[in-house]
Design a protein around this ligand. Structure first.
Ligand SMILES: NC(=O)c1ccc[n+]([C@@H]2O[C@H](COP(=O)([O-])OP(=O)(O)OC[C@H]3O[C@@H](n4cnc5c(N)ncnc54)[C@H](OP(=O)(O)O)[C@@H]3O)[C@@H](O)[C@H]2O)c1
Length: 286
């Protein structure tokens, strides 16, 4: 059987030196509200993702519920890690005993969070660490320099290879870049949520990876199938695949990280790597 791999999406040099296939994987759903409800299912999805050429996996220490924790699933499934695997993590939100983050780490708490990620992932350094800013509302409105400077110091010490920022507006991205190089921005963006084009344009200009979170809208039921269906029919594809192909076509710096706990959906999502949308498709999708 001819199975598409993530390599068909092309590659990107994260931070100028970590080569990843553009189509990656988001691990949040393996631990929080996804269809993989057991450790075995999460481990199987992660192993299959890597077999399918995925070498950029997004996680966070705060992706956990009950005995399912994204970091621990990744370690169980993939350690010892392949040399070309890039694991990105995020620090900032604090769980404070719950499942949904309710607080933000103070600058003096960030080192401990990074050390926790190192320990739970079983690594001696982290490839990419984002400062995740704010709640689930729109980005912007708070200074991030003091916290980002702590991560910059950890990078100088060698605990972190590259830095990113997540859920930021243009001003916060500029503030971070005035302190240390930013290799990646992870913001809310998909085919029906495109208000972040100014930040995306900065990323394109500066060679920064743009990692759109909720690439399927956080669940395909939240993306408008009617607008995707015609294009999907022309390509013999699913609407989820077209939503991912749209992200890949929108800019050379986008690195989608769709999340799934389903082996079938994983294969389908990686299959989007080979879909080439035409100018007509892109115009139709808006
Ligand atoms: N920085 C941030 O603030 C932030 C916020 C949210 C998420 N993230 C990151 O972004 C990643 C992706 O976000 P996400 O997983 O929440 O949203 P998503 O990728 O937009 O959508 C995932 C949802 O879609 C379903 N799905 C996946 N592939 C499908 C397919 N081919 N057909 C039908 N349904 C499909 C999944 O359910 P099944 O399991 O049934 O497939 C899951 O419910 C996360 O894993 C996380 O790493 C970051």
């Amino acid at each position: 059987m001819d199975t598409t791999t993530a390599a068909a999406s092309g590659h990107f040099l994260l931070g100028g030196d970590l080569r990843v296939n553009r189509l990656g994987f988001g691990a949040m759903r393996l631990a929080l509200g996804g269809s993989a409800r057991t450790r075995e299912a999460g481990v199987a999805v992660l192993r299959r993702a890597v077999e399918l050429g995925v070498n950029h996996i997004d996680t966070a220490g705060f992706y956990g519920f009950g005995d399912l924790h994204a970091h621990e699933l990744i370690r169980e499934a993939l350690s010892p890690y392949p040399d070309d695997l890039v694991i990105a993590t995020k620090v900032g939100p604090l769980l404070e005993g719950g499942v949904v983050p309710t607080g933000q780490a103070r600058p003096d708490q960030l080192r401990g969070l990074v050390e926790d990620d190192l320990r739970r992932l079983g690594r001696d350094h982290l490839d990419l660490v984002y400062l995740r800013v704010g709640g689930m509302g729109p980005a912007g409105g708070e200074p991030i320099g003091e916290r980002f400077a702590v991560l910059a110091e950890l990078r100088r010490e060698g605990l972190i290879r590259h830095l990113g920022v997540s859920n930021v507006d243009a001003a916060q991205l500029a503030e971070a870049r005035s302190i240390a190089p930013v290799a990646a921005v992870q913001n809310h963006f998909h085919v029906h949520h495109t208000g972040d084009r100014d930040v995306l344009a900065t990323c394109e200009r500066e060679g920064i990876a743009y990692v759109p979170y909720f690439p399927l809208g956080g669940g395909p039921q939240r993306i408008d199938h009617a607008r995707l269906a015609d294009v999907a029919a022309r390509h013999g594809a699913t609407t989820a695949q077209i939503a991912l192909a749209w992200l890949l076509a929108t800019s050379p710096v986008t690195l989608p990280i769709p999340g799934t706990g389903s082996l079938d959906h994983l294969t389908e999502n990686v299959g989007a790597a080979a879909i080439r949308l035409t100018d007509g498709d892109l115009a139709e999708l808006g």
